[in-house]
Structure formats: structure tokens, C-alpha cells
Unconditional design. Structure first.
Length: 111
């Protein structure tokens, strides 16, 4: 599963380590604890590749990778339903996958 941040979304990491996601279109104001912040960062560093982000976190946290992936998919689907993330089309997913390892790929999620 590949996703990208909706164009109108502003992410902010608060001094407490919490994540705040704001949508200027929908007015959504979503807040997550430090685990949500880590998932957001991993998702951005993986250019929107949920499986890659989950694998990274499972390794860092020394937890079950299948459970981590399942939890991330549920979280990402909730963010898609809220209009914060957008599911990538097959073409966009292939383009993003080919961009991994090239300069600037970390910016793919923040447009």
C-alpha cells in the first residue's frame, strides 16, 4: 500500500512528541501520541510505502512485523478516510518506488 499526504494537510510535531495533523479543506485536527509521530516519520521516510515503514518500525521497536503492519494499515486507512492521506494509484506507486534512493525522496509525503 502506497500513500501520500493530501495537499492541504499540515503536519506538526509538538514539543511533547505528539503529532498534530491539520487539514485546511476539511477542518480536521487530528492528534497522535509519540507512537503516531514515529509512524508518521517512518511513513515519510519510506516515501509513503506502508509495508516499508512498518518493517522499519518493527525492527526499531523489536516487535512482531506482521502485527506492526496490520496496525499501520488500520491507522493509514483511518487517515485516508479523514482526508489526511491519499491512496496512491498503481502508476504513482510505481513512480514512488522507482524514486527510492534518489535525492529528495523524503519530500514526497509533504509536497
Amino acid at each position: 500500500m502506497m500513500v501520500s499526504t493530501a495537499a492541504d494537510v499540515t503536519p506538526r510535531i509538538l514539543p511533547t512528541g505528539h503529532l498534530k495533523l491539520s487539514s485546511s479543506t476539511t477542518g480536521a485536527q487530528l492528534r497522535y501520541g509519540p507512537a503516531g509521530t514515529a509512524m508518521w516519520i517512518a511513513l515519510n521516510q519510506s516515501s509513503g510505502d506502508v509495508a516499508k515503514a512498518a518493517a522499519t518500525l518493527a525492527t526499531m521497536w523489536d516487535v512482531d512485523p506482521v502485527a506492526t503492519y496490520s496496525h499501520m494499515v488500520t491507522w493509514v486507512e483511518d487517515l485516508c478516510d479523514a482526508g489526511v492521506l491519499e491512496r496512491a494509484t498503481a502508476e504513482a506507486a510505481m513512480t514512488a518506488a522507482s524514486a527510492v534512493g534518489t535525492a529528495g525522496h523524503d519530500e514526497a509525503m509533504t509536497r
